[in-house]
Design a protein around this ligand. Structure first.
Ligand code: AVJ
Length: 327
């Protein structure tokens, strides 16, 4: 039952936009206000995230790339096991820049595997289906577009082989610790004994280093956050005046929670469709969490969720870990 239906904007909304609209209205009607960072990634947001990965301060991508390029054999060894056939599934594959190093190595080693990238974006999946067979000759690839867990079920129905699930880039950090445990437990429920997970997790480090990564001098992170307001304007008929919001990034070294907020610079009213949302001056919208973990917490997460830790590969600065777990 959807009580928001009669207030929907006049523009035609498909299922995905309806969910977007419902989530936005729920978040902005709550106290305190919040938006969901999973909506950062429209085409403008994708581009801003690309820019972020290339900026000086944003270290996680470079750290994980170092692991994938410098410790490829170790990664392969941890997941290949006894040399049986397996499905290598990647949740949120993006352009597969990091994983392609592992894929190339596995092909060279004549490992018997199929690469199954799962992404919510049809663009991502058709791009990978077309480009990977060219850049990685000999790859067996079957891209799956859709929700992670729906597609995991589908993958299981297709093959029944052992599964290795990659979840890279510290995407797990976009959930608070409890939710992350819940997510990993659901992932475990979709796997069988002997299946594996290769998960990338950003680690606690000098708080100034963390904060700088989410407060870059060029202001890309700010634009990345503000873009969600612009997206609401574009797709849901909103009228946010984006100049009346400031970006407030935070990092708490005790909990490892790195959170970003947008702060209203004035008492103001914003309309979305026919709904009016009021902001007080200095009121915040909670936008994103990028949780950082102590390395012991990564093993603890595995143990708490039905996995056993198998290996931990860190970059040379020990800022990031790719952990391998077995179900
Ligand atoms: C893609 C979710 C891992 O949280 O570090 C980058 C997104 N947010 N800068 C992260 C992001 C702000 C990123 N993840």
């Amino acid at each position: 039952c959807n009580t928001l239906d009669n207030k929907m904007p006049q523009i035609e909304l498909n299922d995905a936009s309806t969910r977007f609209y419902d989530d936005v209205m729920r978040g902005l009607s709550a106290t305190p206000k919040r938006l969901d960072s999973k909506y950062f990634y429209d085409s403008v947001g994708d581009k801003l995230f690309q820019d972020l990965m290339n900026c000086d301060e944003y270290y996680p991508t470079n750290c994980e790339m170092e692991i994938f390029t410098q410790q490829t054999a170790e990664l392969a060894k941890a997941i290949v096991g006894s040399g049986d056939a397996f499905d290598l599934i990647e949740l949120g594959a993006g352009d597969a820049t990091k994983s392609s190093h592992l894929l190339r190595y596995l092909i060279q080693q004549q490992a018997d595997f199929t690469y199954l990238p799962i992404d919510i974006s049809e663009n991502v999946i058709s791009y990978l289906n077309i480009t990977l067979p060219v850049t990685l000759p000999g790859i067996a690839i079957e891209g799956l577009q859709g929700d992670y867990f729906d597609m995991l079920k589908k993958a299981a129905a297709i093959s029944g082989k052992r599964k290795v699930v990659m979840f890279l880039g510290s995407n797990i950090g976009n959930m608070p610790v409890d939710d992350a445990h819940g997510f990993v437990r659901v992932l475990r429920d979709h796997l069988s004994a002997g299946d594996m997970v290769l998960i990338g997790v950003d680690l606690k480090k000098n708080p100034k280093t963390v904060l700088a990564a989410y407060n870059d001098k060029e202001g890309i992170t700010k634009r990345f956050n503000i873009n969600l307001l612009s997206r609401i304007n574009r797709e849901l008929g909103g009228n946010f005046d984006v100049d009346k919001f400031d970006h407030y990034p935070t990092y708490d070294p005790e909990t490892g929670a790195c959170r970003s907020f947008l702060i209203s610079l004035a008492d103001q009213q914003v309309t979305i469709g026919s709904e009016v949302i009021s902001f007080k001056k200095d009121e915040y919208i909670y936008m994103e969490i990028s949780q950082k973990y102590a390395i012991e917490q990564v093993d603890a997460m595995a143990n708490a969720t039905g996995f056993k830790p198998v290996a931990q590969l860190t970059d040379s600065k020990q800022w990031f870990v790719d952990a391998v777990w077995v179900a």
